[in-house]
Design a protein around this ligand. Structure first.
Ligand SMILES: [Fe+2]
Length: 328
């Protein structure tokens, strides 16, 4: 039989934070979880709970709603607003099965509810199921960090592109926001822009840092980087929109780009955005074989390539951001 509770991704046990202003209630919950391999943390008021959430990073919180000074809704809202703890599951323990409390709880970002008196089997099952999701989220986070680290390694390898990805990411987010992207879509765009050239890890330093013009073969080698990057990022299949920026940032609006020769809006929006941000930064920053161009020259080139190399609507928006002083 498979155990009820999932194993944590690291050797340390799962941390479960129990919050209730009555220590007896904490004792009851603790006794229900006694045969589970959890490390139990306890808080008897909202302030203490927030402190422990920030310093101890629990994996799940069982939170009483009715507490003096700072109630469970307030604690929940505070934890969900902090990006460091937004993904930590919170179960609200409500005294009554009141619809009003549930709606308030959902509004505060609670992940689940338990009604007092708490049934031990229900408690164990809820905690185990939220920890299973927690495990997946943590692993995903880990995979994302590896990819980011790899992207930084590429930047270090290519000394002339120092801070390039940081700027491309900044410009992309501005253009993305101006194009109506928000929330998770904007975060995906930001990550995609940061790692768009990750495939250059597969291009030799001699080619990457060559001063002067590239030979045909060398250029062909450089052209492999979107597909190499795509292969590296394939395990992040759940972030398919991120992968799109990596694979398609060298496509052209007229279909003459690479690697897939996609045309117009067939190119994912994120990739069309990154292509413009990437080109602008490449033109305006210094390279081994030339000085960076003045912004006006880059603006001119972008305007001339609107509708052929790049999406014309996006170019107009990008130039508006330059005029408004938002970029660079
Ligand atoms: Fe690239």
């Amino acid at each position: 039989m498979t155990p009820l509770s999932p194993t944590p991704p690291s050797a340390a046990p799962w941390k479960v934070l129990l919050v209730d202003d009555y220590p007896e209630n904490i004792g009851v919950l603790e006794s229900f979880l006694a045969d589970e391999p959890y490390e139990i943390l306890k808080a008897t008021n909202g302030g203490e709970a927030i402190d422990l959430i920030r310093t101890q990073g629990p994996d799940i919180v069982l939170l009483d709603v009715m507490m003096p000074i700072m109630d469970g809704f307030q604690v929940c809202r505070a934890a969900k607003l902090d990006p460091r703890t937004a993904l930590m599951p919170i179960v609200l323990v409500t005294a009554l099965d009141s619809m009003e409390d549930k709606i308030k709880g959902i509004d505060a970002g609670a992940d689940d509810f338990l009604t007092k008196p708490v049934n031990p089997l229900e408690l164990k099952a809820r905690v185990a199921s939220l920890l299973r999701i927690r495990k997946l989220v943590t692993q995903l986070d880990g995979a994302e960090n590896v990819i980011r680290a790899l992207a930084r390694a590429v930047e270090a390898k290519d000394s002339y592109t120092e801070k390039h990805t940081e700027r491309v990411s900044k410009y992309s987010v501005k253009l993305g926001r101006a194009s109506g992207l928000a929330g998770q879509d904007l975060l995906n765009l930001e990550l995609g822009a940061q790692i768009h050239d990750i495939g250059k890890i597969g291009v030799s330093d001699a080619v990457l840092n060559k001063p002067g013009k590239l030979e045909d073969l060398e250029f062909k080698i450089i052209m492999t980087h979107p597909m190499v990057g795509f292969e590296i990022c394939r395990p992040l299949a759940t972030l398919s929109r991120v992968v799109a920026s990596v694979r398609h940032h060298h496509e052209r609006y007229d279909g003459k780009g690479y690697p897939d020769g996609l045309v117009g809006e067939g190119i994912p929006l994120e990739a069309r955005i990154v292509a413009i941000a990437d080109a602008f930064d490449a033109m305006t920053s210094d390279r081994p074989y030339r000085k960076g161009m003045p912004v006006e020259t880059a603006v001119d080139i972008l305007s001339k390539g609107a509708g052929t190399q790049w999406d014309a609507t996006l170019v107009t928006r990008f130039l508006d951001l330059i005029k408004a002083g938002e970029i660079p």
